[in-house]
Design a protein around this ligand. Structure first.
Ligand code: AQP
Length: 325
């Protein structure tokens, strides 16, 4: 049976890039695979965090998993830090990964911007991610395109461990959607939408109020052509909005192009804002219901027990293979 693992960092407000690129797939996958969905809070400290806020955001992400429709009866939802095996596996795998491999990681280069005053954790973070995945023998990992390189590294580490120590690990495949794998920033469609970008109008978060969503879409960068056409190279802003609209409404991009022939950007943006609000409203209502409830604590407790049992077993196999008492 297919086994799926994926995680989201509680580094800020979850945006529609995280949702359309990765989390929306989680909901579909829970019906066809054994799924583990993790709040990867240990990853967050690769860049400075306010500890109090991190605790809140960790619970926010867990509540959002439930609010978007992940059913804890079908999938295991857990918080990474509640399972010590993740940090332990990371150390063991750091002794398998190569510095040359980590030096090639694009995300490290982008986030460190050449500075040496960044944490060592930012550099070794892809190894922690490899541990997250390999501990659960995941066959498939739904991620956005920005994580593709880290997945390739995970495969390389697993293959090396299997060859040098013992055949323990399953080699995972990335699951990257055709549309939505890279949702771009609204105010700069050359850059990916991100939790940590500074522009107040760069992303739409899953918990934004309707009025703010309208405002953000209204201000989204397009071009002067006033023609709703999908052409990512020459019309990156409009193409990005078309991808978002298509994923949120279920209409294909060609259907949308036909629908807005001759209509101009004003109507297109107005309807996209409406579709976004409509899609997010039930998620927001459910989030408010769950966020402060003891139900959330129960889900995380059961999730940690279930995931912990799987992770501990794999960690023991790793230690045995490596001769660790
Ligand atoms: N713009 C995006 N389009 C599509 N998918 C995306 N993902 C992130 N940004 C986009 C996917 O969302 C999942 C969770 O991401 P993460 O929490 O691991 O953090 P990240 O990849 O570093 O994303 P952010 O939002 O840009 O966070 P910060 O600002 O903290 O770095 C992943 O599957 C990711 O691919």
């Amino acid at each position: 049976m297919k086994r799926v693992l994926s995680g989201v960092q509680p580094t800020g407000n979850i945006h529609i890039g995280n949702y359309l690129g990765a989390m929306k797939q989680f909901v579909e996958l829970q019906n066809e695979a054994e799924c583990y969905f993790c709040v990867v809070n240990l990853h967050s400290h690769t860049v400075p965090q306010d500890p109090r806020q991190l605790l809140e955001k960790t619970r926010d992400v867990a509540a959002l998993y439930l609010a978007i429709g992940i059913d804890p009866e079908k999938a295991t939802i857990f918080v990474q830090s509640q399972i010590p095996a993740h940090a332990e596996a990371c150390w063991l795998l750091q002794c398998v990964a190569r510095v040359g491999e980590l030096n090639r990681m694009i995300q490290f280069k982008e986030k460190s911007k050449g500075s040496e005053a960044v944490t060592a954790g930012l550099y070794t973070y892809p190894v922690l991610m490899a541990g997250d995945i390999l501990l659960y023998h995941a066959t498939h990992v739904p991620v956005g395109e920005d994580q593709k390189q880290h997945l390739e590294l995970t495969r390389d580490i697993a293959e090396r461990f299997n060859r040098d120590y013992k055949e323990i690990f399953t080699i995972p495949e990335p699951l990257i959607g055709k549309v939505g794998a890279r949702i771009m920033s609204l105010d700069n469609p050359e850059k990916k939408m991100s939790k940590s970008t500074e522009g107040a109008y760069s992303n739409i978060t899953l918990l934004d109020e309707p009025k703010l969503i309208e405002k953000k879409i209204k201000r989204a960068v397009t071009d002067s052509e006033n023609l709703v056409r999908y052409d990512p190279e020459n019309k990156p802003g409009v193409s990005n909005l078309l991808s978002i609209y298509s994923l949120l409404s279920g209409k294909t991009i060609s259907e949308l192009e036909r629908q807005y022939e001759g209509a101009g950007y004003g109507q297109f943006k107005k309807d996209l804002a409406e579709a976004t609000v409509q899609h997010l409203q039930p998620i927001q209502e459910k989030f408010r219901e769950i966020r402060g409830s003891s139900y959330l604590d129960d889900v995380l407790k059961i999730g940690a027990e279930k995931a912990g049992a799987v992770a501990e077993k794999t960690l023991r196999q790793m230690k045995d293979a490596m001769g660790i008492l």
